[in-house]
Ligand binder design. Structure first.
Ligand code: PLP
Length: 408
């Protein structure tokens, strides 16, 4: 007999199951509103032209080889990534209070951070990591993997399809001192609902009072609003307020490097006298975490991002292409609302344009979602989340008409 006969069959990952079901569907009008990846107006993946250029430069480089990267990754990439999220003029950078480790994209950055916190963050009362309800489903799993206890803070207000700010603030106020709070830096997944700047300021006040540790997950910088600085505002505000914090940064969406796994974990020490020394010590421990888990991070995606971030001409082209992606998504929000309005679809759909980023929490019920799948071959997650990137000028009428039918 096997020692593993007790291992239960895990449910399939709901998102990847959805992708497979859409792929297997042979209906000509099928629509994929599940996958969290950018699609162009023809529903095709988009390799950013600036990525193609960076790729060509790499191919032309006769000195390029397949040697290991350093344990902490490609330094020119990770430091440019730190400037990108914190701002080039960040005092934290000038004061050498930041250490950065290249990771297996955003997922790996969340994991590395979680592993580091599990090892070194003092939690005398077994303080939990607070995650938003709902959140990206992987947060819970990643924290479970490193045995950090998880608690939830209310986030989504179903009636307004907006932020449950009262619920969020009251949960943070009653969180035990020293708890960790995982925050989405921008473009909250799955809801598309972000706090306003004033609300972020209140969150910061409470977190300082309650001595809560901020852990920002930033998977959509520049992809949300089309403006890199705007999407980094909350993180920079917390740094400016003197918090000690960490950041998981992904280049999957904003550079379209999904499978290349380009990401960075940053630890920012607070502005205290021995901050630079603390940063060195923390960096040395992060290197051990990294060494024991992956030894060395993968090079290709990091090299692409490195070229784009460190070349003024390519960087400007990237910003333009970010505006293209964000702009198309914002257009699709408006188009969908306009079409539903024209159809006289019951309900208020204004939340679709108020929400931001890749996703919209439509408010469609599970029953309606399943009907859309069965009757119209439109695929979305059961919680009614749609990936705005799956909509385009060719299918918007079809999707609006199908939604109209199932909500009546
Ligand atoms: N965090 C959030 C909130 C996300 O939505 C995603 C991707 O969907 C990630 C992290 C990590 O993505 P990746 O590992 O591809 O960088």
């Amino acid at each position: 007999t096997s020692a593993f006969s007790h291992v239960p069959l895990a449910p399939p990952d709901p998102l990847f199951g959805l992708i497979a079901a859409h792929k297997a569907d042979t209906h000509p009008d099928k629509v994929d509103l599940g996958v969290g990846a950018y699609r162009d107006d023809d529903a095709k993946p988009w390799v950013l032209p600036v990525v193609k250029k960076a790729d060509a430069l790499l191919r032309d480089d006769p000195d390029l080889n397949h040697e290991y990267l350093p344990i902490a990754g490609l330094q020119t990439f990770t430091s440019a990534a730190a400037r990108l999220i914190l701002g080039a003029d960040s005092p934290a950078l000038a004061e050498k209070r930041v250490c950065s480790v290249q990771t297996i994209s955003g997922t790996g950055a969340v994991h590395t951070g979680a592993r580091f916190l599990a090892k070194f963050y003092p939690r005398p009362q077994n303080q939990a990591v607070y995650i938003s309800d709902p959140t990206w489903a992987n947060h819970q799993q990643i924290l479970d993997n490193v045995d950090l206890p998880v608690a939830k803070y209310p986030y989504y207000h179903a009636a307004s399809r907006g932020l449950d700010f009262a619920g969020l603030t009251s949960a943070l106020r009653s969180a035990p001192e020293g708890s960790v709070v995982l925050l989405h830096a921008c473009a909250h997944n799955p809801t598309g609902v972000d706090p306003s700047r004033d609300q972020w300021k209140e969150i910061a006040v409470i977190m300082r009072e309650r001595k809560l540790f901020p852990f920002f997950d930033c998977a959509y910088q520049g992809f949300a609003s089309g403006d890199l600085d705007n999407d980094a505002w909350a993180v920079r505000y917390f740094v400016e307020q003197g918090f000690e914090l960490c950041i998981a940064q992904s280049f999957s969406k904003n550079l379209g490097l999904y499978s290349e796994r380009a990401g960075v974990f940053h630890f920012v020490s607070p502005p205290v006298a021995d901050a630079a020394d603390a940063t060195t010590r923390i960096g040395s421990q992060l290197a051990i975490v990294q060494r024991s888990e992956i030894s060395n991070p993968p090079a290709y995606g990091a090299r692409i991002a490195d070229k784009v971030l460190n070349d003024k001409v390519l960087f400007d082209e990237w910003k333009e292409q970010l505006r293209t992606m964000a702009g198309r998504i914002i257009d699709m929000r408006e188009t969908l609302v306009q079409k539903l309005t024209e159809l006289g679809t019951p309900g208020d759909w204004s939340h679709v344009t108020k929400q931001i980023g890749m996703f919209s929490f439509t408010g469609l019920t599970e029953k309606q979602v399943l009907r859309l799948r069965e009757e119209a071959h439109i695929y979305m997650t059961k919680n009614g989340r749609i990936s705005m990137a799956g909509l385009n000028s060719h299918n918007a009428d079809y999707v609006a008409a199908a939604i109209d039918k199932v909500v009546r």
